[in-house]
Design a binder for this molecule. Structure first.
Ligand SMILES: [Zn+2]
Length: 248
């Protein structure tokens, strides 16, 4: 079988905020960018030689508005059903993120003051409600949706049978992609420890490349080394009583 191609769709900057087009037997879109970017994503899909009305599924990785902000619009433009995890159904149905954002560091503390991240966006109802590992075979893609909770309770990744992991905000690049290829936390995690457990579970499946919401693709060996350092950092924070997580 030909390899499933993973094509980034830049939503902001060159790789500041990314959606993805997965090209298997049928096209599948992962994430839908910031509010008002549905048309740009649609036009990019067309420019890649794919008829947007052929899109089989739109997978939303989690309930942050830079990932689901244009889900409803993209659904209207393509007619494709939307998949989202049941644990982030609150944000999807209300169009609002869970407040407050829990910063992972100084950048998150600064970004949390950005009013755009607190705006209400157009809500949507996932036609495919994810509750566990879900094959994408029925949507023409050799791969699976994998629950990867922690960044938010309903975070998911898409793992293709070829080993590409489209990971949403499970991991990011330094400063949202300003330093390409260097693994780093995204600005926020609801539960940093649970996220790290999910990240390590995905690394244990030996992915070939990690494709992220913010930044360029990451090398799993480099992410493994980062995860070990992050494990130690979180242990120190916890020992100091400075590790916060959102309770469910
Ligand atoms: Zn996020």
């Amino acid at each position: 079988m030909p390899r499933t191609k993973v094509v980034p769709i830049p939503v902001m900057g060159r790789h500041h905020v990314n959606a993805y087009l997965l090209l298997g037997r049928r096209p599948v879109v992962v994430d839908a960018g910031t509010p008002g970017s549905g048309r740009a994503i649609h036009d990019r899909i067309t420019a890649l030689g794919v008829d947007p009305t052929d899109v089989a599924l739109i997978v939303i990785t989690h309930g942050h508005i830079d990932h689901f902000g244009s889900a409803a619009e993209l659904h209207r433009l393509t007619g494709a059903p939307i998949a989202g995890h049941i644990a982030d159904l609150g944000p999807y149905r209300s169009g609002r993120v869970r407040e407050p954002y829990l910063p992972t560091g100084p950048m998150g503390r600064a970004m949390a003051r950005n009013r755009k991240l607190h705006a209400r966006v157009e809500p949507f109802e996932p036609a495919l409600l994810i509750r566990g590992e879900t094959s994408l075979e029925d949507f023409g893609l050799a791969g699976r949706i994998m629950p990867t909770p922690g960044h938010t309770a309903g975070s998911v990744s898409v793992l293709t049978d070829d080993g590409d992991l489209v990971a949403g905000d499970l991991i990011a690049n330094s400063f949202m992609g300003v330093i390409p290829g260097r693994p780093a936390n995204p600005p926020f995690h609801d539960d940093p420890r649970r996220n790290l457990t999910s990240l390590r579970a995905m690394l244990a499946l030996d992915p070939t490349t990690l494709h992220v919401g913010h930044g360029t693709p990451l090398d799993p060996a480099r992410v493994r080394r980062w995860a070990d350092r992050e494990h130690d950092r979180l242990a120190r924070r916890e020992a100091a009583g400075r590790l916060t997580a959102r309770s469910e």
